[in-house]
Design a protein around this ligand. Structure first.
Ligand code: C5P
Length: 282
């Protein structure tokens, strides 16, 4: 039995550059891990099966689960047969724009690699992960990265900026595919948002970071799901600052340069809303 942590991510930027012939969209984004995590337990014994156990009643435990697909892809790639049991202790909200399913899938890839001693490099695990979901390769590494292509091409970003994030998950169920489908023509943009975000991170300039955070999917998601805009407005009033949306939503987040500031925002939001999380960049 072996434990892997699966970290959630937020998008510090997300530019949609256009539609691709394969139906996906070309994106340019900055992904950042935060210390809100699921615990993923793995065990393997002789046999040929994949089983998921979880206390969560909100996610499927069969082949629709990205963790299941990751285990299947891994075993196929490694050409080994095992009866794999995956235990998922869920803390990352589901279908929230926080990459929870991708994080679990990546944790399965890292964990099976350790458990079975297969010796794949992180780059090889990321390649296996890309067949499971666009955000899985990032979740193999965690940290911070600029992701391009459909999200699977990574350039890692090293920075020392300490940032806390307060996440709010509005009670709205968003379809990522529907949000991408509703994206219009790409915005003309002289400089990718990611380069402004990376510059701010590497200069350890918190205010510049807040000014650079940007997500092309936000307007689209708010148009499809007006509750997101309503929650964002309420959250901004309570936090007294701008809030942002992660991925295709619905999760909103505020950034803070100190834990004390983040705690004040968290306390304010907890009085009104149920799903609020305080976390830190990792
Ligand atoms: O890769 P993943 O399964 O997470 O993507 C879910 C859906 O989001 C895709 O089926 C696609 O419709 C949309 N998508 C997209 N462009 C991306 C990533 C996702 O259009 N770069």
């Amino acid at each position: 039995m072996l434990l892997e942590r699966a970290y959630a991510k937020v998008n510090l930027s997300l530019d949609v550059l256009g539609e691709r012939p394969d139906g996906y969209h070309e994106v340019d984004m900055v992904l950042q891990s935060v210390d809100l995590s699921d615990a993923v337990w793995l065990a393997a014994e002789p046999g040929d099966s994949i089983r998921i156990e979880s206390s969560s009643t909100q996610m499927p435990l069969d082949e629709r689960n990205l963790a299941y697909q990751a285990a299947r892809a891994f075993l196929g790639h490694a050409e080994v047969r095992r009866a794999v049991t995956i235990g998922i202790e869920k803390r990352i909200p589901i279908a929230a724009g926080l990459g929870g399913g991708s994080a679990d899938a990546a944790a399965v890839l890292r964990g099976l690699n350790r458990l079975l001693g297969t010796g794949f490099t992180p780059a090889e695990l990321a390649e296996i992960g890309a067949s499971v979901g666009s955000d899985v390769p990032f979740c193999v590494y965690n940290g911070c990265a600029v992701a391009t292509g459909r999200g699977e091409r990574l350039q890692r970003v090293h920075h020392d900026l300490r940032v806390w994030a307060v996440l709010l998950r509005p009670p709205v169920f968003v379809s990522t595919a529907d949000v991408y489908r509703a994206v219009g023509e790409p915005r003309p943009r002289p400089v990718p948002s990611s380069s402004q975000v990376v510059q701010a991170l590497q200069a350890a300039d918190f205010d510049a970071l807040c000014a650079a955070v940007q997500n092309d999917l936000r307007d689209v998601a708010e148009a499809l799901y007006p509750e997101i805009a309503a929650h964002a407005e309420r959250m901004e009033t309570i936090a007294c600052q701008r809030v942002y949306m992660s991925g295709s939503g619905p999760t909103l987040f505020a950034l803070a340069p100190t834990q004390a500031k983040a705690q004040r925002i968290y306390n304010g939001l907890r009085g009104f809303m149920k799903e609020v999380y305080l976390c830190r960049f990792v």
